[in-house]
Design a protein around this ligand. Structure first.
Ligand SMILES: Nc1nc2c(ncn2[C@@H]2O[C@H](COP(=O)(O)OP(=O)(O)OP(=O)(O)O)[C@@H](O)[C@H]2O)c(=O)[nH]1
Ligand SMILES: [Mg+2]
Length: 216
């Protein structure tokens, strides 16, 4: 699809609403990627996420206005019984690892991919494997080719990015939504259902810092 993607302002008129999840080990940069995408600015030394947080952003892609609700979760916590509702109804999942920490890459296979398989209610949900922190190239512990191979094995899209320099951060979300737009079943449930769920889950997940919602 050769459409252009641009960021659009603060309004509630949209054609589709998509739920996107960020998952991966603690410290890989999930919150940094999200903040870099949402606010177009650099954020240093974020604290680990507590519980679950989500943010919204409107995008214009190929003449359609898309509302993305992006869920960010703590890599170091498991949420027991609420975990399935975190995954429920997701249109896209961003699986993040840190290219300088090999265990974050192997954990995607051992822990996170299994969790997606178990809890993701949507069989056609689009996944993208993202290797973050490419700005630290001299500390690299996972090659680009290894990332590509894992993505192929799990039928995921693939990108390497840096939340610090913002290289490829917009592209991760753009590639994901362009692919979601190609799947008719994802478009069918891409509107009111997700909006209702977001409100419900916001209440379920109220945490000391969680449940914040901002629309940029
Ligand atoms: N050099 C570099 N540092 C990064 C990058 N992305 C994140 N960091 C740093 O890595 C640390 C962890 O980033 P977070 O965004 O909090 O990681 P997280 O995946 O949200 O971690 P949890 O919330 O604990 O699951 C922070 O100190 C960030 O500043 C990057 O692309 N390059
Ligand atoms: Mg975080």
């Amino acid at each position: 699809m050769g459409s252009s993607t641009k960021l659009v302002g603060n309004n509630n008129n949209y054609d589709y609403s998509f739920k996107i999840l960020l998952i991966g080990d603690s410290g890989v940069g999930k919150s940094s990627i999200l903040l870099s995408f949402i606010s177009n600015s650099l954020h240093h030394d974020l604290s680990p996420t507590i519980g679950v947080d989500f943010k919204m952003k409107l995008l214009s892609v190929g003449g359609k206005i898309l509302k993305l609700t992006i869920w960010d979760t703590a890599g170091q916590e498991r949420f027991g019984t609420v975990i399935s509702s975190y995954y429920r109804g997701a249109h896209g999942i961003i699986l993040v690892y840190d290219v300088t920490r090999r265990e974050t890459f192997t954990n995607l296979l051992n822990i996170w991919a299994k969790e997606v398989e178990l809890y993701s209610s949507n069989p056609e949900c689009i996944k993208i494997l993202v290797g973050n922190k490419v700005d630290k190239d001299k500390d690299r512990a996972v090659t680009r080719d290894e990332g590509i191979a894992l993505a192929q094995e799990h039928k995921c899209l693939f990108l390497e990015c840096s939340a610090k320099t913002r290289e490829n951060v917009q592209q991760c979300f753009k590639d994901l939504v362009l692919k979601i737009l190609e799947v008719p079943s994802l478009l069918e449930n891409g509107s009111s259902v997700v909006k209702r769920q977001a409100m419900k889950q916001k209440q379920e997940y109220q945490s000391p810092r969680g449940g914040r919602c901002c629309l940029h």
